[in-house]
Design a protein around this ligand. Structure first.
Ligand code: PGA
Length: 254
């Protein structure tokens, strides 16, 4: 059973200026020291990664990227490779976010990206999630497919640093009232754990933290963390306000 708690901030394109990003990182560095027991990760956009990584260099906060190229070199206009991310100071990368899948990122590309992350020494945070909930439980099938296509026969090295973030697409970018309820989340966490144990081996699977994302705010974080069995959160809009982000981190303190 993974014991640590994790809170990952995914800034998407919300914060765009270096001034705002640096100010946020300085405050986070100061305040997060008083929240032991929670591993805090921050994923700014590529352009702000070096500045944020510099501020957080000596802080116990991981800085990473929101995506990674499925390729390693040369002819890929606009792509950023794992090696480039490493040079920027990244230690992890979010992979297969639904907003990228919506732009055409396939299950196959997601798998390649996990491999590239691992080769570069970056911890992959694999996002999975159904577009909508179906009466007949079809959403469970989609989760199963996403997990197996991304992780089947994964090299042990890649599985070692893996984090899985369950993000139902319909719950993303709204407010706490629209998020998944704790009891439904608990059911899904059990389902994901069972699948991970079948796809990888049981021992490895037990160590993989499972996070929830989709309208996590200061208002629902405590309930979700105490009642659902998740190891933490992947936070979008609420991670761009320092007070709400800190409050979510506080909720994860044991
Ligand atoms: P949200 O985004 O917290 O704004 O819903 C979560 C995510 O997309 O990772």
């Amino acid at each position: 059973m993974a014991r640590k708690r994790f809170v990952v901030g995914n800034w998407k394109m919300y914060i765009q200026s270096e001034e705002e990003a640096t100010k946020f990182a300085v405050t986070l560095r100061r305040k997060a020291r008083s929240i032991p027991g929670v591993d805090v990760f921050l994923a700014p956009p590529f352009t702000l990664l070096p500045a944020v990584a510099k501020v957080l260099e000596s802080a116990p906060i991981e800085v990473g990227a929101q995506t990674i190229s499925a390729f390693t070199e040369s002819k890929h206009t606009g792509d950023i490779s794992g090696a480039m991310l490493k040079n920027f100071g990244a230690s992890f990368v979010i992979i297969g976010h639904s907003e990228r899948r919506a732009q055409g990122e396939t299950d196959m590309l997601v798998r390649e990206e996990i491999l590239r992350a691992s080769e570069a020494g970056l911890a992959p945070i694999l996002c999975i999630g159904e577009r909508e909930r179906e009466e007949g439980g079809g959403h469970f099938t989609r989760i199963q497919e996403q997990l197996s296509s991304a992780l089947m026969n994964l090299p042990p090295k890649a599985a070692k640093k893996l984090i899985v973030a369950y993000e139902p697409v319909w719950a993303i970018g709204k407010s706490a009232a629209d998020a998944l309820q704790a009891e439904d989340l608990e059911e899904m966490v059990i389902f994901i754990k069972k699948n991970l144990a079948e796809i990888l081996d049981r021992k490895t699977a037990l160590k993989i933290p499972i996070l929830y994302g989709g309208s996590v705010e200061a208002e629902n974080a405590s309930e979700l963390i105490t009642k659902s069995g998740v190891s933490g959160f992947l936070v979008g809009h609420a991670s761009t306000n320092i007070d709400s982000f800190l409050s979510i981190i506080q909720s994860c303190k044991k």
